[in-house]
Design a protein. Structure first.
Length: 67
């Protein structure tokens, strides 16, 4: 399964608002821990190491900052 970097959320603004709301009231450490748990949960859901490697590469590439 190739990594999909094209817009794929019909309600991206709402998803972003949910993400911000999940961090509301958390300390920096709690927010970082939430992000780490979320990454691991989503990585488990994806379940494909090659897709995850592609996602890591894309996230590290400043040219993909708008993803």
């Amino acid at each position: 399964m190739p990594l999909n970097l094209a817009p794929n959320l019909s309600d991206a603004d709402d998803v972003y608002a949910d993400l911000l709301a999940a961090h509301e009231g958390l300390s920096k450490e709690q927010s970082d821990a939430l992000n780490a748990r979320l990454v691991l949960i989503l990585a488990n859901h994806i379940g494909d190491r090659s897709v995850l490697r592609d996602a890591l590469d894309a996230a590290r590439d400043p040219g993909n900052a708008d993803v």
